[in-house]
Design a protein around this ligand. Structure first.
Ligand code: SF4
Ligand code: SF4
Length: 276
């Protein structure tokens, strides 16, 4: 069972919810931080990381002596990552999506397989919770392949898998939630929260994946997020209050369910409802 925790908008408390669910699980559970631009689940779960490996994309390197400048590779590449100057191809590897097409069409076998480092994949253990995270290399813009790698590795684990997705509604989100059995969208009672929740719901509906909502800091704001969910028949599974104690705990790296142990049963119940 794979449960993704996502939010259209950043800063809604997605990691707070993902970590709380991992801590509330009473069977085998694995937490995977797919927010590779800024993974922060480790701050709360404090795992021991004992495996680390580099993750790279395969990109073309032109072999000058063999390239005739025929342009077949340029014609094929929809990302403009390879072009021809004069009688020789030139690859712009930072634009390459590693589709592999240019290797296939080159009639001269003039492309070698080079590597572009995207980031690191790390894993370990946080008590009874399996833990993994991806960290995008500084300066790298292409997060989705690394996110997909974190998700795919986590999907091999036994038991419950919690996927902490990146914010937003574009490729990184889709890379994290594709194939999830259920997605919990964390939102808040603000106009921005509602707007971005609506965008995220649009994505989930396009993907035809089941989802529900958790409203964080539910007693701050205008109440329109909950009202919209009711109008749209979207289940609101939990409402977390705004409290100084919770905010102080977050700032100190203390999980929500340790600051407010009385909320733990609500997360346990939610897991029982969602897991078969
Ligand atoms: S691997 Fe694909 S994206 Fe990269 S340069 Fe070749 S055709 Fe373009
Ligand atoms: S397809 Fe091969 S031979 Fe033709 S321009 Fe590209 S790299 Fe050079």
């Amino acid at each position: 069972m794979k449960i993704a925790i996502a939010s259209g908008k950043g800063g809604t408390g997605k990691t707070t919810i993902a970590v709380s669910l991992a801590l509330a699980a009473d069977g085998p559970v694995h937490y995977a931080d797919c927010d590779v631009e800024e993974p922060n689940g480790h701050i709360f779960l404090k795992p021991t990381l004992n495996q680390c490996r580099e993750f790279a994309l395969t990109v073309p390197e032109v072999v000058e002596a063999q390239c005739t400048g025929c342009g077949e590779c340029r014609e094929l590449c929809r990302f403009n990552a390879i072009t021809v100057f004069g009688s020789m191809a030139m690859a712009f590897t930072e634009l390459c999506h590693s589709c592999g097409g240019c290797f296939l069409v080159c009639p001269e076998d003039a492309l070698n397989k080079g590597k572009r480092l995207l980031g690191l994949l790390e894993s370990g253990q946080a008590g009874n919770i399996g833990f993994s995270q991806g960290t995008l290399r500084i300066g790298e813009a292409m997060a989705a392949p690394l996110i997909a790698a974190v998700r795919e590795e986590a999907a091999q684990k036994q038991g419950l898998v919690i996927l902490d997705a990146p914010p937003g509604t574009s490729c990184p989100l889709i890379a994290a939630i594709t194939g999830a059995d259920y997605t919990l969208l964390v939102s808040e009672e603000t106009p921005f929260g509602l707007h971005d929740l609506q965008l995220a719901v649009g994505v989930l509906r396009k993907l035809e994946q089941p989802f529900g909502v958790i409203i964080n800091r539910a007693d701050l704001g205008d109440g329109r997020t909950g009202q919209w969910c009711r109008e749209e028949n979207i289940p609101v599974h939990l409402e977390i209050p705004f409290e100084r104690k919770i905010a102080e705990g977050y700032a100190a790296g203390i999980p929500l369910v340790h600051c407010r142990p009385d909320l733990l049963p609500a997360f346990s119940t939610l897991l029982k409802e969602l897991t078969p």
